[in-house]
Design a protein around this ligand. Structure first.
Ligand code: CU
Ligand code: CU
Length: 332
């Protein structure tokens, strides 16, 4: 198994996707098995060893519902004063498959990268019972408004220890969380992060709600990402397009937890959407492309005007070729 491919090797192997025409094919599976195809920059001969760009033949790990818990957030609850929202989070060291046949020794919250979607309504008491089952000291640092002693910076939780984070969830919007133990860069790139949604007291309009956490994996330890994904697995939503309906409001809670690369982005084909930075105010931009710095996040609202297959991907072509690419399948 080729788990130590360099970024350049993988990129060379996946180059044909640059020509994103309908019949374009991925080739990195052949590279992943060490059989470099004839494909390289400037080579326009027909490519060999291609896999499909969309559908069951796409080289993405796992089954069709593996990422449901990360894609589909728990439902929003109506505002109720004094309610406690309680979550159990355990740090676990785990080897995970991040691209087909490519494994990463991750540090996780609850066994997945990204970690679980945490959701509360504004002013709920958020209580997170955190246990460190990993081999290194960790914390959980939430973005949002909370007391200094709940900030996940000073109360380092040693392996085997626990800590209870408890504070009123606010402000409303798309927030996020990540480990804040040092070295910070390592604790984040190893996989300790996730989405934290705070619903407004006045509920948002009903919608088909999705969560997308953008990330990268440095699988060879050279300080550069070799793969990029949403919700943790390369090309997953190309293998399993996200099914939505024309005319239905689609709301995506989007966050960028990519380490090493300063920015990531999301570009949607064939449609525009409203993008609310951080989702905490009514301010939005109407666009088809958003750029997010590390730790930035927001809420996208899409009204699909057409049915069909619509690609979404990082507009950094390199990231798209290395796994950050998927499709919406819009039905009538
Ligand atoms: Cu940590
Ligand atoms: Cu942060």
């Amino acid at each position: 198994m080729a788990k130590n491919l360099t970024r350049k090797q993988v990129l060379a192997g996946s180059l044909p996707i640059v020509a994103a025409v309908p019949l374009a094919k991925l080739t990195w599976p052949s590279a992943a098995h060490g059989e470099r195809s004839a494909t390289h920059l400037g080579d326009d001969r027909p490519h060999e060893g291609h896999a499909a760009m969309i559908g069951p033949e796409v080289p993405a790990p796992g089954g069709p519902h593996d990422l449901d818990a990360l894609l589909l957030p728990p439902p929003a609850l109506p505002y109720r004063p004094g309610r406690v929202r309680e979550y159990e989070v355990v740090a676990i060291d785990r080897r995970i498959e991040v691209a087909q046949g490519v494994f990463f020794d991750a540090w996780t919250y609850n066994g997945t990268v990204p970690g679980p979607v945490i959701r509360a309504t504004e002013d709920d008491i958020l209580r997170v019972n955190f246990t460190n089952g990993g081999a290194h000291p960790h914390t959980i640092h939430f973005h949002g408004i909370h007391p200094g002693d709940m900030d996940g910076v000073f109360e380092t939780v040693l392996p085997g220890d626990s800590f209870i984070y408890e504070f009123r969830a606010r402000p409303q919007g798309m927030q996020l969380y990540h480990c804040h133990a040092t070295p910070l860069k390592k604790h984040i790139h190893k996989g300790l992060y996730g989405a934290f949604i705070v619903d407004p007291k006045e509920p948002r309009p009903p919608a088909r709600e999705l969560v997308m956490v953008m990330n990268g994996y440095d699988t060879d330890g050279d300080g550069e990402n070799n793969f990029y994904t949403v919700n943790g697995r390369a090309f997953y939503y190309a293998k399993y397009p996200i099914k939505v309906k024309k005319g239905e409001l689609v709301r995506v809670y989007l966050a960028n937890l990519t380490e090493f690369d300063l920015v990531n982005s999301l570009h949607l084909h064939g449609e525009f959407f409203r993008y609310y930075p951080t989702g905490s105010t009514d301010h939005f931009e109407y666009t088809d492309t958003v750029m997010l710095c590390q730790g930035e996040r927001g809420i996208m609202e899409i009204d699909f005007h057409n049915s069909g297959l619509f690609m979404f991907h990082a507009h950094q072509s390199e990231f798209a070729e290395l796994g950050w690419m998927g499709f919406f399948e819009v039905s009538d």
